[in-house]
Design a protein around this ligand. Sequence first.
Ligand code: GTP
Length: 265
Amino acid sequence: VLKPRVSIVCVVRKSIIVMLGPAGSGKTSLVASLGKWIEKKQLVPVLYVNLDPGAPYTPYAAEVNIREYVKVEDVMAREKLGPNGALIRSIELAREYLPEIVERIGRSPKPYVLVDTPGQMELFLFRDLGVEFVEAMRRVGYIIGVLIFDHLLAARPQDVVSLRLLATIVQLRLGVDVIPVINKSDVSSETRERLSRALSDSSSLLEELKSERGLLGEMSEKVVGVLDEYRFATRVPLVSALTWEGLEELYDMLHEIFCACGDLT
Ligand code: GTP
């Protein structure tokens, strides 16, 4: 059933989704599938933006692509750098082109913008590119970060606390709302389901933390309390870029924030 729900209020300013997450978590795949889902189910055109200078192929048609300006392989050859050094250098060089990139995004009539970010999250988050991009994009529309959690990083309860802190760090660093998601739900995994439960429901996480003794266990409990106090508790959808499972729930959460008409807790 088609349910076009994008109101006039939502389309006047662009709705911008920045996809973030550790290497291989599925940023590129989720940009492609969420974009297709929005176009198909909401009948809204989507502008795809690639900010990864190291991604020669993307499964979506990037109308604005950082590789039009900087390509990692060119930087490697020109500056005689290895792959990691060249990526860092490419990110520095990319900053020069931000005004033009933001202007091109602003000129597009498409109301939804999906932004793919570099493989290693720290290159976007802890170098200047991410903050400068987000600051410049505020003129264009409202920005939400979608942070893909890797369930493999959450074997123990205190790992879940560190992932919740990571979402907070992204919020603090970029100054945007962040929706955490767990991708690859088509591959069944106990850890993934446990993580989704522990992230969404602090009481079950606190119960798990009871078995963690000592200072770190105590600190973890306090951290969960602080995060809850500041309403960082949020639903955490299990999604699949492959089967589209969970995309409607993710879209609904995005829509609630974009339209400022909902409560995520
Ligand atoms: P980099 O930018 O290269 O670090 O990766 P990324 O975070 O953009 O991840 P990408 O979309 O390239 O996906 C990494 C791998 O995970 C690929 O082999 C994808 O096919 C696979 N993948 C992504 N999403 C899913 C999913 O929902 N289910 C399954 N089974 N595989 C997925």
